[in-house]
Design a protein around this ligand. Sequence first.
Ligand code: GDP
Ligand code: MG
Length: 593
Amino acid sequence: TDPAVIRNFCIIAHIDHGKSTLADRMLQLTGVVDDRSMRAQYLDKMDIERERGITIKSQAVRLPWKDHVLNMIDTPGHVDFSYEVSRSLAACEGAILLVDAAQGIEAQTLANLYMAMEADLHIIPVLNKIDLPAAQPEKVAEEISGLIGCDPAEVLRVSGKTGVGVAELLDKIVAEVPAPVGDANAPARALIFDSVYDTYRGVVTYVRVVDGRITRREKSLMMSTGSAHDTLEVGVISPDPISTEGLGVGEVGYLISGVKDVRQARVGDTVTMASKPAPEALGGYDTPKPMVYSGLYPIDGDDYPLLRDALDKLRLNDAALVYEPETSLALGFGYRCGFLGLLHMEIVRERLEREFNLALISTAPSVIYRVEMENGQEHVVTNPSEYPADGKIAHVYEPVVRATVLTPTEFIGTIMELCQGRRGVLLGMDYLSEDRVEIKYTLPLGEIIFDFFDQLKSRTRGYASLDYDPAGEQESKLVKVDILLQGESVDAFSQIVHADKARDYGLMMTTKLKELIPRQQYEVPIQAAIGARVIARENIRAIRKDVLAKCYGGDISRKRKLLEKQKEGKKKMKTIGRVDVPQEAFVAALSTG
Ligand code: GDP
Ligand code: MG
């Protein structure tokens, strides 16, 4: 294809603002999917994506439109995947900024818009859902024009639902988005903007050719690893895969090589041809770094090998997931896993439970702490139970983020209160319009992964949105709080918290556990401690009478049932010191903050 007729674009939108629905209309209008085969959210193939309504994996679809070829590249919409977003943007020359005309722009959209502007993409602002009675196109167009410096009248108005304005949008893409430019005679260079593991085909890599030509006749070479692979298939997606001889300058498509897992064909890497490799890779390559760690344990210890196999399989499809075996006194054998963020963590856990039929306990998420000892030694701690013993610690550093909250002005007070309570430092406020404001804070990441998002949503009835970027680390007064049952520390409950919040955490856990752990034959103290210093304490009182005494009357069958139940329950007990703790207590104690 002549690059002059190619237009590569993506859609930047907040979840639910109608990206998938608009894509459906584009598939229909361009004749890629006929009316009979059309179903809602056609491109959202993954189950998990359909149910959660979010896009985890991007796709690329080729849309023929009036002698032009439009390639629509899907971008993930969540803060955890911002590196993948940046690579999708790098594969495009233009971006549609799609905003729900009844909602206005949201924090994540704003973050991605800024990223697109920095990447010099041509931005086409679009208001969606103009068919809604609650739509406020004038007001939202005003907001958008303030952000990107266009005339409010230039903002297109469409409805993905009715199809109004969609043809005009396609025309505008042709007219305004620049055609790709590249050197057709140079050695091949193609940017990987997504990599997906497919059970039948192996790894399918989505690429955008920058220079030269990717052909199926030659071996392909991944420039970050220097490894060459047989090229099995090259093609375009429209909307099903169509294999072709090759891909030239500006083209977008897929590549299947002998690569076994997505780690060997990472997002951001450059593909070249082994026979005539490019001297230099495309810029911007980066490997994903886990930001949040958590222990994953099978509720039934016998499932440990299943969990291991499941993680090995998931990893084929997820280059950002890291894990290593870990043992916990309380929870047995499991894995310490690293994730890009909370959503990534939830997705992995959900897939493990759903696709592999595992019942899991996860320990409280933890960020990465850097601990400097007085003797100059340094520890990187991703698990509170590995925190070095107190006393010889010189400095502790925790990761911080720059957070942006977009909110109606009426919630400024409650948001500031929330951020202040989480050790936030206010950086500034910008008004998008009279009644919408962007609030910026520096916040410790450890405070955000602890229930921050839910708090924000409930305090603002869902109106505020959040985005954040890593912003280095800061020294903090952090301590490890241990929870002890009858003098014995329960590793799964240890937590690293700010010194000022240690007592709150201790009180919360001791009260919670008092309710969750059944009475024993003897009194059991539950303590929260920093090193040897106890900061909170509760007691589980001893059972006074035999449990059978609860059964008044002489109903023998009922007594037998109770005994059996007790026996069954025993099996699921973990013994900590001399204390029997039911599995449920761990699940409940670790479930919410
Ligand atoms: P996505 O999360 O951005 O992909 O959004 P979806 O395309 O899944 O749309 C979210 C919800 O908005 C769905 O219930 C759609 O039916 C609805 N929706 C999408 N576009 C329109 C529109 O133009 N008008 C109306 N009234 N509803 C829309
Ligand atoms: Mg969608």
